[in-house]
Write a protein that binds this ligand. Sequence first.
Ligand code: C5P
Length: 397
Amino acid sequence: MLSAKRILLIIGGGIAAYKTLDLIRRLRERGASVTPVLTRAGAEFVTPLSVSALAGHKVFSDLFDLTDEAEMGHIQLSRSADLIVVAPATADLMAKMATGRADDLASTVLLATDTPVLIAPAMNVRMWQHPATQRNIATLKGDGITFVGPNAGDMACGEHGPGRMAEVPEILSAIEAALGDGPLRGRRVLVTSGPTHEPIDPVRYIANRSSGAQGTAIARALAALGAHVIFVTGPATVPPPDGVTVIRVETAHEMLEAVESALPVDAAICAAAVADWRVASASDRKIKKTKGGLPVLEFAENPDILATLSQRTTGRPRLVVGFAAETDDVIANATSKRTRKGCDWIVANDVRPATGIMGGTENAVTLITADGAEDWPRTGKDQVAAQLAARIATALS
Ligand code: C5P
């Protein structure tokens, strides 16, 4: 049920807009209120009269409609909803969103909003597959926009492939999921993930074997409980999850900067395998092979992101969780790490190569809190993530 949920529905200009009329009816049946915004192109496919009659609400369409500006204003319009839904989201609307253009009411609302946004793309298959659209999709996903569809099938233009707008029941489920009353709804949670790359020169770097799988699974699990996840990731081998805000970094220094700019957050989960050292003075030119000897690399210590966050005197997240990948004396080392760094919990694991955990799909962890150590049975990284996300939700409740 969607009772009392406020949906701002932006209708773009595509043949699939006819399905949006049915979407409006189904949303209202479930108790949601629908405020429609019709783009100029959208009005070529469905009439403002049909939209307003079905929504039971005035249709907004013009940025420069002074009556609306006086009554409500586009800023207020963008904020007075629980969810913004764009259906159909055309290639053009997506390009505007990805580049931050604001040249009509719909794009201005989308740029001004701090409300979650769900889009249902619909376009010709070639337009969907075009590298420009694919770049925009990646950007929008990185900005935390949730997608539903498109589906593959026969298109109104006579072609076949991905580009059909998702069907109304699918859009309804996506809306229900986006508005779900998960226990972390309204919480901002930061997750660091992946390795860092520390440059030696423009072509060489120091790295580690972290795949980013566990951090990615944790971010996905937290988002599934309704959290707004800021996902700061080094160059990982697994792609970031959908529905989170992705900030990509390379070095430990960049990661610290991104983490600090994401504050304030309710909880921070530091799952990244941050390089402990960097090359003190990385060369800005490729170091040449010399006949008379080998280059000597001098190291400098990297900032400890987990310790920095944990020991903040102002704006410390309520819950800071660190990881301890150990090969010896796992519990003893992780317990002392918890106090040394000042974090609340440590998720400890044994990463001896024989365990197959580093870079693998399973994990066996011990959760160390102020109350002691708790062994969790070996299971998939997704299940470990779901269990940890549930514990975080309890701790923040
Ligand atoms: O000291 P160690 O690397 O074993 O600590 C692991 C924990 O500290 C992990 O949570 C990791 O994300 C975090 N860490 C960090 N910044 C560093 C080193 C580790 O945030 N420079």
